[in-house]
Write a protein that binds this ligand. Structure first.
Ligand code: G3P
Ligand code: CA
Length: 254
């Protein structure tokens, strides 16, 4: 299996899981305070081509503004409130630039899974713009971030423009030809929806030399079962629950 695998077993989903506003610096601080060793978050491009951390194409669900993310510059996004809709205690949290998130991950010792969030038809352009920024943000880091995407076009482009960064293919259902896709894209891991996990799949993915992770698992007993079957990492909105029941899974990769 690839020695480039970098994620710990329990990874806080969208920075800090459910205890903090998603995809914010506050989320990273919460993840670190909980004892998480790794975080996952979503990256898109702003109007001025800067990598920014937010899940939806639009600002409406998670911020105090409406409209497409790509309609605002990084400076304009920096004054959108991405905390208050989660809880007033988080008012003032902004939509962060990737550079801010990377710097805080590095100072807190959090391993990062950077998801390139895009449709496949915009995947190549997104990766061409954003993947070099990911590489630059973690330049010289002891542990590089893992890039993942549902867009195979984005992963193929990332392989060209940020070749040194490890990659994972994200899927909801697992395609029959997952081996060929991972090999063709030079990925080291398959990340699937937890409903698509099967014991035989874990065995086959490992047998083929890849890692396997799944999203999103919030029940500790459910997580323990998958860890016992060898799943390499689980993304969770309740990392504090999983950590309490699987304390050995907090640190770095095996
Ligand atoms: O990377 C796993 C997971 O984050 C993918 O789904 O919609 O939460 O980005 P989503
Ligand atoms: Ca994600």
């Amino acid at each position: 299996m690839s020695s480039r695998w970098c994620l710990p077993r329990i990874v806080a989903h969208r920075c800090g899981g459910a205890l903090a506003p998603e995809n914010t610096l506050a989320g990273l601080r919460v993840a670190a305070a909980l004892g998480c060793g790794g975080v996952e978050f979503d990256v898109q491009a702003s109007a001025d081509g800067r990598a920014v951390v937010i899940h939806d194409e639009r600002l409406d669900r998670t911020t105090d503004r409406v409209g497409p993310v790509v309609g605002l510059t990084a400076a304009e996004l920096a004054i959108c409130d991405a905390g208050i809709r989660h809880h007033p205690a988080f008012a003032g949290e902004h939509v962060p630039r990737l550079a801010e998130v990377a710097a805080l991950c590095r100072s807190l010792g959090l391993v990062a899974n950077v998801e390139l969030k895009c449709n496949d038809d915009e995947g190549e352009a997104m990766a061409r713009l954003v993947a070099p920024q990911v590489a630059e943000c973690w330049r010289g880091a002891k542990v590089p971030p893992l890039i993942s995407s549902f867009s195979e076009a984005a992963l193929a482009c990332a392989a060209l423009v940020a070749a040194d960064l490890p990659r994972a293919l994200l899927v909801e259902a697992v395609p029959a030809d997952w081996r060929g896709r991972l090999s063709r894209l030079g990925c080291i891991a398959l990340h699937c929806h937890v409903d698509a996990l099967e014991e035989a799949l874990v065995r086959d993915v490992h047998g083929a030399g890849f890692r396997i992770a799944a999203y999103t698992v919030n029940d500790p007993a459910h997580a323990a079962r998958w860890f016992a079957l060898g799943v390499d990492a689980l993304f969770s909105d309740r990392p504090e629950l999983l950590l309490a029941h699987n304390p050995a899974a907090s640190g770095g990769p095996p």
